[in-house]
Design a binder for this molecule. Structure first.
Ligand code: HEC
Length: 107
């Protein structure tokens, strides 16, 4: 009985933590391997697939929030390596990633 309660408690704590996960943490866990910590895509995958440097002011200006959101949710039509995240992330998490990507702009 006690064990069951403990299991249940740790399970609900884990889910609560996941919902709270900040955009930076999601980025590190799910995006950084290809896009790099700073969005510059200086990674093996980034170089191989010529992934755009998201810190560039020109890229930031050319892409609307809606366009960025669309690629994250639906994946890229140009490159299958960029997968759809709509089943893995909530709409709120995707929105928070769009905001996070905006912070990657070179100062
Ligand atoms: C397995 C490697 C990989 C991972 C992981 C990955 N991406 Fe991508 N991403 C790509 C590739 C490759 C492209 C280039 C697609 C293209 O050219 O259309 C891309 C493109 C993008 C673009 C559009 C850039 C443009 O040129 O318009 C956005 C926004 C983006 N990714 C966000 C994310 C976010 C947010 C995550 C994490 C939730 C993520 N990506 C995870 C590989 C990845």
């Amino acid at each position: 009985m006690k064990i069951r309660f403990a299991l249940l408690l740790s399970f609900s704590l884990a889910t609560a933590a996941q919902a709270d996960e900040s955009a930076a943490e999601i980025w590190t866990a799910k995006c950084k391997s290809c896009h790099g910590p700073d969005g510059k895509a200086q990674t093996q995958m980034g170089k191989k697939e010529s992934i755009v440097d998201m810190s560039q002011a020109a890229w930031q200006q050319a892409e609307s929030d809606a366009e960025i959101r669309e690629v994250i949710a639906e994946g890229s039509t140009r490159n299958k390596k960029m997968k759809a995240y709509k089943d893995k992330l909530t709409p709120q998490q995707i929105d928070s990633l769009v905001a996070y990507i905006r912070t990657l702009k070179k100062g």
